[in-house]
Design a protein around this ligand. Sequence first.
Ligand SMILES: Nc1ncnc2c1ncn2[C@@H]1O[C@H](COP(=O)(O)OP(=O)(O)OP(=O)(O)O)[C@@H](O)[C@H]1O
Length: 309
Amino acid sequence: MSAIRTNDLTKQYGSQTVVSRIDLEVEAGEVYGFLGPNGAGKSTTIAMLLSYVHPTDGTARVLGRDVCEGSAEIKHRIGVLPEQYQLYDRLSGRKHLQFAIDSMGADGDPDALADRVGLEATAVRRSVGEYSTGMKQRLRIALALIGEPDLLVLDEPSSGLDPAGIRLLREIVLEERDRGAAVFFSSHVLEQVEEVSDRIGILVDGELRMSGDLEGLKSGTGAAVELEVETDAVSRELLTAVESIDSVTECAVTDSGPEAPFLTVSLSNSAAKADVFRAIEAYATIEDFTAEERSLESVFEEGVTEASR
Ligand SMILES: Nc1ncnc2c1ncn2[C@@H]1O[C@H](COP(=O)(O)OP(=O)(O)OP(=O)(O)O)[C@@H](O)[C@H]1O
């Protein structure tokens, strides 16, 4: 059973379609990064998954249950950030955690949870009114982790966190995944998404423009990596050998006069770099090389630009 599965999921507000026929599938033990520019429809999608708003069309099942039937039965199996309930300035972080553990009937130690998100023993006993933005965010993360949920839905989880907090969040996301939870999270910070996601979806104007693992997304939209290789000589045989490699999408020679010639090779799959080096070394000596991997940022930009064409 998938943790999340949507078919043609659609939301309209009046005449505006803000989420348009999206098909998503997220499995247990998988981190899915949900990206998109401002106003793309990410929060609306998340709100539908959590049964906060009703889809206009299509279906969504979360932990096997149709979202239109409500989330009461599965609520305790989903950790959400930010949760709908607010933090109370006069209560300590510890009281928030204890209250949430009790009301969920969950097992959990508030101090261990606080420690996991880097809230020190003295801090967790202080009133939340005295907390910094980052401390409040750490507390919200701890609240989302209560009861070892099967699904974590994190909307902009790194917001307000310092670099140490962001590193900790990354560790927590990976630990939760390794425990077998599905993690669905939206973020504008592409490097963080790149670091932790098994698969990524890019939403633009309500449409899921791209979805897949990072390598697949990179190769689907152009070269995953561009190699510049300096050799002592370039022969016809060498070029044929390089061009015959499946993942090579482009190969050009630049003859820089008295300097050694170099090859520019575009690859749709970064793992094929070794094949290129082997093919070249069969006919020439490699003097030097550079390899420029495509970033998620360039994939994202391409997805957004294509959509606006
Ligand atoms: N309750 C609502 N009524 C009318 N329009 C809405 C409502 N909620 C969201 N929208 C519209 O839906 C579109 C998508 O908004 P949404 O908040 O889902 O985007 P987002 O991708 O989460 O954006 P951001 O990254 O800025 O948070 C926007 O144009 C927004 O104005």
